[in-house]
Write a protein that binds this ligand. Sequence first.
Ligand code: 9MR
Length: 373
Amino acid sequence: MKSVMGLLAGVLLSQSAMAASDISLKQAYAPHFLVGTALSMAQIEGKDPAALGVVQQHFNALTAENVMKWEELQPKEGDFHFGPADALLKLAEQQQATLIGHTLLWHQQTPAWVFTGPDGKTASKALLLQRLTTHINTVVGRYKGKVKGWDVVNEALNDDGSLRDSPWRKILGDDYIVTAFQLAQAADPAAELYYNDYNLYNPEKRQGAVRIVQQLQKAGVKLTGVGMQGHYGLDYPDLQQVEDSIVAFAATGAQVMITELDITVLPRVDDNAIGADISLNQKLQQQLNPYSQGLPAAIEALQQQRFTGLFRIFLRHSDTISRVTLWGVNDQQSWRNNWPMQGRTDYALLFDRQNQPKAVVKALLNLVDEVKP
Ligand code: 9MR
């Protein structure tokens, strides 16, 4: 009897050991939404094989953290570089993961030539339109049927919900967003098309995004969903506001995807440093870099609470939410180590610097069981 009990205990033990290593986020969340991540150039090039192992096990949607941005794809006019983006596509195919395109039109990481005319002055409207058309036709055309959906326009809004006065808007006028979506739709009619931005929990900015959705709908142009980036911290945003935005976007008929989720654990540098305005870039101050020797358990627990609080909301709205993408695989890779201050040690993601799951991964796996109907 004793030995049978022992055997049973052994089986149970090995089952739970199996559960810890074999259960994966992508499998657990499959009935609800895709769970994605963003890959850096180094990861795409295979320089971090352990990270690719994590991707294989846990994620079923891949976004290029950088390699599909304009400056990477077309650094000089007419000179397209598809190597790294093609390598990501290959990886996605090998891993049977959904490929997401990020991003066709942005005011950042767009080379200066795009906005410059032959006389060295600001490009004319006709010239910029022609360049946008060529870029979207070439890029979306190349990945037609392979990229499931595109972040067509990225970060077009100010935090107060008004349109950002980017060169795109200055040169093309307020309906440049409609134009970009029209071009993307024509280049791949089957692709999903998203408007993507940060701080969309903020009620004013939320309204701005709703206006963009309505502008597209009025123009009869396809918009599949709104991408809420999700660059959050331990004390912001108010989770109710996140949920209110999901509900507001759903009410327009748009889907929602959480496109760039991470949670910084570091102290705030200043009040503007919420969101992802990458023009903010301060020099390292050690007093604002408290965890360079390791993350205290109490802080990690707070972060876990934030992640689970958010995923609870995402699960509640899984009829609206089609994907939740983390902005990176592991803490080492995260852009948050360098924004808004360079060279800090942050712990913003689900896997640590050795690509090991943090306790939050188990908590997120358990959460799915908790909410099972
Ligand atoms: O994570 C990206 C980082 O590696 C780049 O240096 C940075 C430069 O623009 O872009 C980061 O990704 C941004 C994304 O493309 C759009 N939303 C904000 C993200 C964080 O800055």
